[in-house]
Design a protein around this ligand. Structure first.
Ligand code: BG6
Length: 490
């Protein structure tokens, strides 16, 4: 059946990146450091997954001290990314060659406002993004811009503990409103926050916070941060609707669909509740109010929030135009306390025996993507955009400059087929931007070895290499997929 289903005309095929992992140039043209710029590369060891993101106040102080002393043992990979700052023309030409219709990128807040507190932005930073947008339009590529993909000026982590503090709402909306005012004629599609739910996994990464420094218990601190981000997002969404009605504003969550471990009703109930908690963010941003399920969760877990003044009206007035999400894997939930997932990690304790797993333990589940698309559309009736998906893998650059990544083609093919099936189910899907369309620094491990791209970048985990770009086999395959609007997936 799926072969007769067509992708809609104007489907936005493309690829996704983030400033923090891609852009580099963190010490150029007055740019300030972000809190991500203090994440250090640590060689991956069994059981160490995500340690790089779980930064404690002691680690933060240690990193700052070694950074100040220029200790060569301390490498901070997000400062360099893969140097889009100097390669943007070359990279965009490659995206153009693949036929991209859209390109997802984000803005580094501290490139415009180094400490997050300046009234006026830096001219060099403002011009850099104008140049990038101009270059994209030269190739007929529509920018899809995430206002904030995790990174906040590091000074705001230090001075006010990031998103825990209500002051962040005013500071961030100042930045985000500037983006709308300045770039509204060049950028139609905007996402407010990348994976707004990320602080549940890493409060440092997602909230720019060191929870140990907060006077609150960790869960309260995290949900206080969510509250401030949701309010800030709604304020800016309404601002864009009022001042730039041609712009379309979306949200972005890390979508995680869970299956019940067994068909015991208790497992099913636990699964439903886990799914509701994940959908909480969509509920607020699409429907404009806190769902009862989350209020119950607060009651049951002693989470007491300081509600932002007038937040109910703000949320109601600032609902998004479309929903976007990242999709990498699904989870498995059991009601059995011994089988419950520990909080704060991505690799699931309960493995799904019916699925294959990547080298990083991520379950490959294209059917889960079709389920996710149907579930989201049934629940919200808003257009959907898959703005991240892909396979992180070890790639090998051959001596002749080729990279044979049939495993990636296979992965993407299966997921594109699942999207096509969901379109056949009646789900309006706006586009698909596979993650890390060009190799960049992996978020979870702060390393280059985990690669997602159609384009190989010659750089290693410690920042050595030529940074030259090479087309992988998947580059030519995706070019054909786009040229045929998803008809030819062979
Ligand atoms: C998403 C993030 O969680 O997953 C990206 O939005 C991230 O920033 C991507 O890079 C893949 O994760 P990782 O850990 O493989 O880089």
């Amino acid at each position: 059946m799926s072969n007769s289903i067509k992708f809609p005309e104007g489907f936005l095929w493309g690829g996704a990146t983030s400033a923090g992992q891609y852009e580099g140039g963190a010490d150029e043209d007055g740019c300030g450091l972000s809190h991500m710029d203090y994440i250090r590369y640590l060689p991956r060891k069994e059981g160490m997954y995500h340690l790089v993101l779980n930064i404690t106040p002691e680690m933060f102080e240690d990193y700052k001290a070694h950074d100040a002393a220029h200790d060569p043992e301390y490498y901070f990979p997000f400062r360099k990314g893969v140097d889009f700052y100097h390669h943007y023309k070359e990279d965009i030409a490659l995206f153009g060659e693949m036929g991209f219709k859209t390109f997802r990128m984000s803005i580094k807040w501290s490139r415009l406002f180094p400490t997050g507190r300046e009234e006026k932005p830096l001219t060099e930073g403002v011009e850099f993004y104008h140049n990038v947008f101009r270059e994209l339009h030269k190739y007929g590529i529509e920018p899809l811009v995430t206002m904030t993909h995790y990174d906040i000026p590091a000074t705001l982590t230090e001075s006010i503990n990031g998103w825990e503090n209500p002051e962040m709402v005013a500071l961030w909306t100042h930045f985000a409103k500037f983006l709308i005012d300045e770039y509204k004629d060049e950028v139609t599609y905007w996402l407010t926050f990348n994976e707004i739910n990320m602080a549940a996994n890493s409060s440092y990464l997602g909230g720019g916070m060191l929870v140990e420094k907060s006077g609150k218990k960790p869960l309260t601190c995290v949900h206080q941060a969510f509250h401030h981000m949701l309010v800030a997002s709604a304020i800016v969404t309404k601002y864009a609707h009022d001042t730039a009605p041609q712009c379309k504003i979306g949200n972005m969550i890390a979508r995680l669909h869970n299956y019940a471990y067994t068909c015991q009703p208790a497992d099913e109930l636990a699964t439903m509740q886990a799914n509701q908690l994940n959908l909480f963010f969509e509920d607020v941003m699409a429907r404009g109010r806190y769902p009862q399920t989350m209020l119950n969760y607060y009651r049951d877990n002693d989470v007491v929030l300081d509600w932002y003044p007038d937040y109910e009206r703000i949320l109601q007035e600032g609902t998004v135009d479309f929903l976007s999400f990242s999709y990498y894997f699904t989870g498995v939930i059991s009601d059995d306390p011994d089988k419950r997932e520990p909080r704060g990690i991505f690799v699931r304790k309960l493995k799904n025996p019916y699925l294959k797993h990547s080298d990083w333990g991520w379950a490959t589940d294209p059917t889960g993507l079709r389920i996710t698309l149907n579930e989201l559309y049934d629940r919200y009736q808003k257009p959907l955009f898959i703005v991240e998906n892909g396979l992180g893998a070890h790639d090998k650059l051959e001596t002749d400059g080729t990279v044979h990544d049939a495993y990636r083609i296979d992965y993407l093919r299966q997921h594109i087929e699942a999207i096509r099936d969901a379109i056949g189910d009646g789900v309006p899907v706006m586009g698909y931007t596979p993650w890390g369309c060009i190799d960049l620094v992996s978020m979870g491990d702060a390393q280059m070895s985990k690669r997602y791209g159609f384009i190989y970048v010659d750089a290693d985990d410690e920042g050595n290499g030529t940074y030259n770009r090479y087309r992988k086999d998947s580059f030519y395959w995706y070019k054909k997929v786009i040229a045929t609007n998803g008809e030819d997936l062979s």
